[in-house]
Ligand binder design. Structure first.
Ligand code: 7TS
Length: 409
């Protein structure tokens, strides 16, 4: 396993120049880079083991099945799930949340019920609830975000009035992809449970950056994407508490998830197969298992310290720039910082930064309602990961100064 000092050597993609400058990759909130171990696992699978899972009795199929199910067990351990049957492989966070919104919400929501979410959600944890509310006649409510730059986090006091027994489901993000806010998710789960509401945690921005224990958090469902945690694209996870999964109807039907099919009907396998119709992303799941090994090898507590530490340094250095609005909390934050200048559009900032070899993201970050609330159309975001350094923050700040000089003279 790598030590911190040679982490950069594990990521082949980092060692290149962009526009004649060393690549400074600060777009990890969108997707992380992949270590050699994950890339090698994908190649090895396709070169030696490729076969369909669960359906064959030949050697390759058994190897592929063992590796696929081994990855599920590995991910269960990564989350401290009670059982690997609580791990459903999906395409990513978006699909995971949609499964809950369609399967659970379809069966449980009725007019008069409330679905609670927050004002800081990614569209993936917002639009599916709007759709579920529309389809069922339930009402969607939002926990407000406090402060002109959302520096106050969630208005926890509002939960006293919002969290009523009418709330059937409470969905919230662990770390905001635009603000960097770390929400007190264990407390939110506890309070939701007290009124009998089911909880859904969007862990897209936290899973690869900190230790996470679903039993300690006390959540019912948790969603994340492999590609933001050193894993491949096209693979993600829906964790669901066994007791809930057993009662859920499948969202998609087809091969692999049935026990018995007649011309008249079909019966379902238990979770997780019930929710994995069709040929799954076998290579992706195997790669994700290896990504878990890689992150545990680095020590997830140390990753949190490193990534959040870089974000605090960036917050302080960027705050010194004239007329900048830096969003989110001043103190503890996840590993990202987003900011706006009143007179320079984020797309211009990102385009200028690209000339300096920087990969940043500019836009609404799939947080349109939050942007509107804050009176913004877009921000520029720098998001950090295990291979980023304090020196790269200096490159970022120098690039911002160059951009401001160009636009402001
Ligand atoms: N939830 C959060 C908090 C996210 O940050 C993202 C992706 C998603 C859900 C959706 O994940 P997906 O893998 O299913 O697409 N966020 C971002 C981002 O901030 N920039 O690009 C993607």
């Amino acid at each position: 396993m790598p030590t911190w000092k040679d982490v950069r050597a594990d990521f082949p993609i980092l060692h290149q120049q962009v526009n004649g400058k060393p690549l400074v990759y600060l777009d990890n909130g969108a997707t992380s880079q992949k270590p050699r171990a994950v890339i090698d696992a994908l190649v090895k699978y396709y070169e030696r083991d490729n076969s369909n899972v669960h359906r064959g009795l030949h050697a390759l199929s058994m190897r592929a099945t063992d590796a696929y199910e081994g990855a599920r067990a590995r991910i269960a351990k990564f989350l401290n799930a009670a059982d690997s049957s609580e791990i459903i492989f999906t395409r990513g966070t978006t699909e995971s949340i949609n499964i809950v919104a369609r399967s659970w919400a379809h069966a449980h929501l009725k007019p008069g019920d409330v679905v609670l979410t927050t004002e800081m959600e990614h569209h993936s944890n917002l639009v599916p609830w709007q759709q579920a509310a529309k389809a069922s006649g339930a009402t969607l409510k939002y926990v407000p975000v406090l402060g002109t730059n959302a520096e106050g986090g969630l208005d926890l006091a509002s939960l006293d009035t919002l969290l009523t027994p009418q709330v059937k489901l409470f969905a919230f993000t662990h770390i905001s992809n635009t603000l960097g806010t770390i929400n007190p998710v264990a407390e939110l789960c506890r309070r939701a449970r007290a009124v009998g509401a089911v909880t859904v945690i969007d862990a897209a921005q936290s899973i690869g950056h900190a230790p996470l224990d679903v039993q300690e958090l006390g959540c019912d469902f948790l969603a994340f994407s492999g590609h933001k945690m050193c894993g491949p694209t096209g693979i993600g996870v829906l964790y669901g508490r066994r007791a809930l999964l057993d009662k859920l109807a499948p969202d998609e039907t087809g091969g692999g998830m049935v026990v018995n099919v007649t011309y008249q009907g079909a019966t379902w396998k238990p979770a997780p197969e019930r929710f994995e119709a069709g040929t799954p992303n076998i290579a992706g799941a195997i790669g994700l298992g290896v990504a878990c090994d890689y992150l545990d090898g680095l020590d997830r507590a140390k990753i949190r310290e490193h990534d959040d530490g870089l974000a605090r340094i960036a917050y302080d250095k960027l705050s010194a720039l004239p007329d900048i609005r830096v969003l989110g909390p001043k103190g503890d934050r996840g590993g990202l910082v987003s900011f706006a200048f009143p007179d320079v559009h984020a797309h211009d900032v990102v385009t200028f930064a690209d000339e300096d070899g920087l990969a940043l993201r500019g836009g609404h970050h799939c947080n349109q309602p939050l942007m509107r609330k804050l009176g913004l159309t877009s921000t520029t975001r720098a998001s950090f990961y295990v291979y980023n350094t304090a020196e790269e923050i200096d490159v970022l700040v120098a690039s911002m100064r160059r951009t401001l000089k160009f636009f402001r003279g």
